[in-house]
Design a protein around this ligand. Structure first.
Ligand SMILES: *Cc1c(COP(=O)(O)O)cnc(C)c1O
Length: 355
């Protein structure tokens, strides 16, 4: 299928602002295509960033049939643009689509569409240290029908916008509040799909936790309220010296590409890794005794986000004196090194965008 590209005239294009807040500025163009049962995917185009018109009865507005992805384009110091494991995002997009009874998108076509979009808006890939172009592929159910059922029409789009360096004040740890009463996802539910409802359901707790002065929520499993799952939009790892553990994928955890990259990369840096069921009481005891030497969250936004403090049932537990540790730092340097083209890409994770 071909993409109809309708670019703005060069004089109409905006300049990427020097300073920006994450998710509030968008590049000049967007990709969009539509799906219906008879024609499949059709009308693929890249056009100026603009509003989408929806019927007020569109299924996404009532029943939340929606999925998304989050990924980034990185500018190397030679000026090239790198994507990081984009086909893994598109495979996950299709797994989310299947779970939400939405049509799949051909992964290679999705990649071609993204490359065309980034190429056209290449001036929006910032070159300040640690910054990137954030990419948000999304699919929504647009069928105009209130009857509860899978929609018969969908819109898939990709929007992009600049993202600044995540750690403006240096590589500093975050504080995390362990959710005690509320749950994010249950095995058999939709926790492993990147679908809007998971995030809507987490907002109440995020607000509560922010009021208490913590920056992130750590979720426990919904059945026992005992096993560690993940942070709002990051997976979690605990470090015992040279050994890194992360919760195994239970069915209610989002399978992060950063998580997977760490599991593959860490052994090449001399660390051992394990995916296990992690009991919150054991983890807290190991933090208290000092067996746990570091903890960090991992996801596309921050790559690695050191965790310096956990609060559970009103008690605070400090990790590594609330300082970022060496393992977190090494993994961060190695992974961002690959993304920005400073380190050798031994795993073939980088896909270049020709501009
Ligand atoms: C997106 C996301 C992650 C991280 O996934 P990456 O592919 O590493 O960016 C982790 N947990 C949740 C709930 C997420 O939505």
């Amino acid at each position: 299928m071909s993409i109809d590209i309708k670019p703005l005239a060069p004089a109409e294009r905006k300049a990427c602002p020097e300073t920006f807040n994450f998710g509030e500025n968008f590049a000049d163009h967007m990709f969009i295509q539509a799906h219906d049962r008879v024609n499949g995917w059709k009308n693929a185009e890249i056009k100026p960033y603009q509003s989408i018109s929806l019927d007020p009865s569109a299924a996404v507005l009532h029943y939340g049939q929606e999925i998304f992805e989050g990924m980034k384009a990185y500018r190397t110091k030679e000026g090239q643009i790198n994507l990081f494991r984009p086909l893994d995002n598109f495979k996950r997009f299709n797994r989310s689509a299947t779970r939400m009874v939405m049509p799949e998108v051909d992964e290679n076509f999705h990649l071609d569409a993204l490359k065309e979009l980034v190429k056209l808006d290449n001036k929006w890939v910032p070159n300040q240290d640690g910054s990137s172009l954030y990419i948000r592929p999304t699919m929504i159910a647009t069928g105009a029908k209130l009857g509860l059922g899978a929609s018969d029409q969908y819109t898939h789009f990709i929007i992009t916008g600049p993202a600044g360096a995540y750690f403006k004040d240096g590589f500093s740890p975050v504080s995390v509040y362990v959710a005690d009463e509320y749950r994010r996802a249950v095995v058999g539910g939709v926790g492993e799909a990147k679908t809007g409802g998971n995030y809507a359901a987490s907002l109440y707790m995020s607000e509560e936790v922010a009021k208490k002065g913590y920056s992130q929520v750590l979720w426990l499993d919904a059945i026992h309220g005992k096993y560690i799952e993940e942070v709002g939009a990051m997976n979690i790892c605990f470090v015992y010296g040279d050994h890194i553990v992360t919760p195994k994928l239970s069915g209610s955890i989002l399978p992060g590409i950063t998580r997977d990259s760490i599991l593959k990369l860490a052994p090449t840096l001399g660390y051992t890794v394990a995916e296990e069921q992690l009991d919150i009481d054991v983890i807290l005891a190991d933090i208290k005794s000092g067996k746990i030497t570091e903890a960090f969250g991992c996801g596309t936004a921050a790559v690695i986000s050191p965790v310096g403090q956990l609060c559970f049932k009103g008690e605070d537990y400090f990790i590594n004196d609330n300082k970022a540790g060496e393992v977190s730092r090494n993994l961060y340097d190695e992974l961002t090194g690959i993304q920005y083209g400073r380190r050798e890409d031994k795993f073939g994770w980088i896909v270049k965008v020709d501009c």
